[in-house]
Design a protein around this ligand. Structure first.
Ligand code: 5GP
Length: 246
C-alpha cells in the first residue's frame, strides 16, 4: 500500500519540513504515525510536527501575526514586526552616529513609552552619549495646555547638543511644549528623534529630524507604548481593537 505525506512548509534555511496540525490531540495520532514512519524510512529528512499552539507561540515570538486571540485579546493586528523594528533602529543609530561624529550628544528620553526604543537605539550609536530622562503629564491631559513636568532632567544641558527621543508624535502638542521647555535651558542644538510619526493627526508644526516609521491614524501599543499601562512589553507594534478605545 502506498502512503503519501505532504508537509505544509519547507524552510530551506534550516532544511526543515514543517507539518502543521490544527486538529484535536486525539486526532493527531494518525499524523504522528506518518511522521514516525517517514523518519524511519528517510532518516535524512528533517521533519517537525507543529501544533497550533506551538505555531502561534513562534509567530508571537518573532512578531508576525496572527496572534492567538486568547493570548492577547485586545490586539487587532501587528503593524510593525520585531524584525522590522530592530532593522530600523540599527539604521537610525547609524545615522545619528554619523551626524554626531566627534560630538557627545545628550539623549533625552520622554518616559515611559520611550524606554524600549531608547534602550535599543543607544546600543547602535557609536559616538559617546549622555542619557537623561524626563517625565511629563499624560496624554489624556487638558487638550493642548502646557504639559506638566513630573520629572525634570538631571543633567545640565546648557551648551550641549541635545536629541529629544520620543516614542510617538501624534498631534505634536506634547512635543512642542517639551521643545520650548528644553530650549529655555539653552542647549547648543536640539533635534528630535521619534520611533513613530502619526503625521496625519498633526495639529501644530513641529520639525522632526529622525523618524523610524510613519504610522496610520490608529491607536498603537507595544515596544514601550501602552494602553492603560498594559502592552508595553509586546516586542512589536500592534493596533489595538477599535471597540476598546474610549
Ligand atoms: P501628541 O501630543 O503628539 O498628540 O501626543 C504624544 C503622546 O501621546 C505620545 O507621547 C504618547 O504618549 C501618546 N500617544 C499618541 N498616540 C498614541 C498611540 O497610538 N498609542 C499610544 N500608546 N500612545 C499614543
Amino acid at each position: 500500500m502506498a502512503e503519501a505525506f505532504t508537509p505544509d512548509f519547507y524552510l530551506s534555511e534550516f532544511n526543515l519540513y514543517v507539518e502543521l496540525t490544527t486538529l484535536k490531540s486525539n486526532l493527531t495520532a494518525e499524523k504522528n504515525r506518518k511522521v514516525r514512519l517517514l523518519r524511519q524510512l528517510y532518516p535524512e529528512v528533517n521533519v517537525k510536527l507543529l501544533k497550533k499552539r506551538d505555531l502561534f507561540r513562534l509567530l508571537t515570538k518573532y512578531g508576525y501575526g496572527p496572534l492567538d486571540p486568547e493570548e492577547v485579546p485586545d490586539i487587532d493586528h501587528i503593524l510593525i514586526s520585531t524584525g522590522k523594528l530592530q532593522q530600523r533602529v540599527v539604521e537610525m543609530g547609524k545615522q545619528i552616529s554619523s551626524d554626531y561624529a566627534n560630538q557627545e550628544p545628550v539623549l533625552v528620553g520622554v518616559l515611559r513609552g520611550v524606554f524600549c526604543f531608547l534602550a535599543d537605539l543607544v546600543r547602535h550609536i557609536s559616538v559617546p552619549v549622555t542619557l537623561d530622562f524626563m517625565s511629563i503629564s499624560s496624554y489624556e491631559g487638558d487638550g493642548g495646555g502646557a504639559v506638566k513636568i513630573l520629572k525634570d532632567l538631571d543633567e545640565n544641558i546648557k551648551g550641549r547638543d541635545v536629541i529629544l527621543v520620543e516614542d510617538i508624535v501624534d498631534t505634536g502638542m506634547t512635543l512642542n511644549h517639551v521643545l520650548d521647555y528644553l530650549w529655555a535651558k539653552k542647549p547648543a542644538s536640539l533635534r528630535v528623534c521619534t520611533l513613530l510619526d502619526k503625521s496625519v493627526r498633526r495639529l501644530t508644526t513641529v520639525n522632526v529630524d529622525y523618524v523610524g516609521f510613519e504610522v496610520p491614524d490608529e491607536f498603537v501599543v507595544g515596544y514601550g507604548l501602552d494602553f492603560r499601562q498594559r502592552y508595553r512589553n509586546l516586542p512589536f507594534i500592534a493596533v489595538l481593537k477599535h471597540e476598546l478605545l474610549p
